[in-house]
Design a protein around this ligand. Sequence first.
Ligand SMILES: Nc1ncnc2c1ncn2[C@@H]1O[C@H](COP(=O)(O)OP(=O)(O)OP(=O)(O)O)[C@@H](O)[C@H]1O
Ligand SMILES: [Mg+2]
Length: 366
Amino acid sequence: MVPIILVVDDEKDIPDLISIQFYKEIEAGIFKFLFASHGAEALELLKKTHIDMVITDIIMPNIDGLKLLERISDLYPKVKTVVVSAYGDIKNIRVAMNCGAFDFLVKPLQMSDLFITINKTLAAIQKEKEIEAQLLQSAKLASLGELATSVAHELNQPLGVISLNTEITAEEVDNGNYGNVPETLAMTVKQVKKAISIINHLRNFGRKTSRGEYKKTTLNQVIADTLLLFERQFKLDNVEVIQKLSMDLPEVFCHPIQLEQVFTNLLNNAKDALKESTEKKIYIRTFQQDSTNIVELEDTGAGIPQKYLNSIFTPFFTTKDMGNGTGLGLSISYAIIQEHKGQISVQSKVGDGTLFRIELPIATEP
Ligand SMILES: Nc1ncnc2c1ncn2[C@@H]1O[C@H](COP(=O)(O)OP(=O)(O)OP(=O)(O)O)[C@@H](O)[C@H]1O
Ligand SMILES: [Mg+2]
């Protein structure tokens, strides 16, 4: 599919200028352009068409480039955005980069710069698509190696912002201009925290997997051990846990610490989803079906919108604010269940709640 680039600019001659400049690439099907003259029109197009990349001016009537950028990161997190701003408008560029812009260009727009930036951005999109395709196809959705690749990718964004902010600060200090320094440093710290939280997630995983061994145990035991850690928190949050555990569940051959991590992730997600619910319940059921042990963990929380259901196991997919979620919980859980030769699936309805179902083979030594 030919990548589609949406250019948002209120200057009337931009569509012609770009179409003429890039007619060869357009004809060769390397990429194609759509144009919008303001943010609202851009959002309409994003809703209707699959768009890969957005290049947006910052200063525009009604929805400006920064607001557009925010909406795009919320609604279309996979779309990469490049902001265009007047030379020297470092403040807006900085805000844009902190809001998740992939890159920036300065005005007056140099077509050679634009070409390089388009190629760089499309290459990054292509790389992400490849990673995602690999993740989805190879049944081991998020083996550690693949997770590492996407972690490296994901760390690039905060590191890029940190590097840009540091350069700006050095320049400002050099010029004796300290006014923006506290704000820049605060933004830098935020990005450092983001990087740390990504790393911590993986470190915990690594540590927990290297300790302990596979052994025979019942899922009821693993669930009981996990729940001990949540007792206090659930009491504070008024969350009621209702357990319907089969008492004659056969043992599974598993890595209990890893499975605890899976249940911890699922319970944390349920806890978050229940925050705004009036009925705060989590049902945990275990039972046997043929040669499989089943665990169902169901909450009466907010539910998952249909459009996200295919993405929730993808590394770094999160709907939570920065600092509250890295989007690694379910991808790690998926990897663990895969390693146990099991399956994890989800059913959810917005407003009703969410049900995660884990199937694990009953104990046979590998
Ligand atoms: N029980 C649930 N109810 C509603 N939404 C859920 C539930 N579990 C997962 N989700 C959705 O799936 C997304 C991905 O979940 P995942 O556990 O992978 O990451 P996270 O919770 O956002 O961050 P992390 O687990 O890394 O702290 C969540 O951001 C949320 O939107
Ligand atoms: Mg989570």
